[in-house]
Design a protein around this ligand. Structure first.
Ligand SMILES: [Zn+2]
Length: 106
């Protein structure tokens, strides 16, 4: 009986830590000096520090995607938008914080 419980625990753990590959379209990737930005459409971006390649193409692991952290709680991927004037990325809902940005909408 205890053995069976252990098995179930192990199975559940392996499901939780399974790392999903997320395949990417190379045209949707923009690089900066420290990150790869992945275009999700509608000027919404995710970021990851690393890319990998296998026979099927470029991918990143979902666990490597930038996460929004609120204390110890991680509650989703951090989405950013790209300022069309200075090409810098900012969290969704936050205006461009670049003091040298040529945008007039600050
Ligand atoms: Zn800007």
């Amino acid at each position: 009986m205890i053995k069976k419980l252990l098995m179930i625990c192990l199975l559940l753990t392996s499901v939780v830590i399974a790392d999903e590959k997320m395949y990417l379209n190379e045209d949707d990737i923009k690089t900066t000096h420290d990150k790869f930005y992945l275009h999700q459409g509608g000027n919404v971006w995710l970021h990851t520090p690393t890319l990998h390649r296998d026979k099927q193409g470029l991918f990143t692991f979902e666990s490597e995607l930038g996460r929004v952290k609120d204390g110890f709680n991680v509650w989703g991927y951090e989405k950013t938008w790209r300022c069309p004037y200075c090409n810098q990325h900012w969290p969704m809902g936050k205006s461009c914080q670049n003091p040298n940005c040529p945008s007039k909408f600050k």
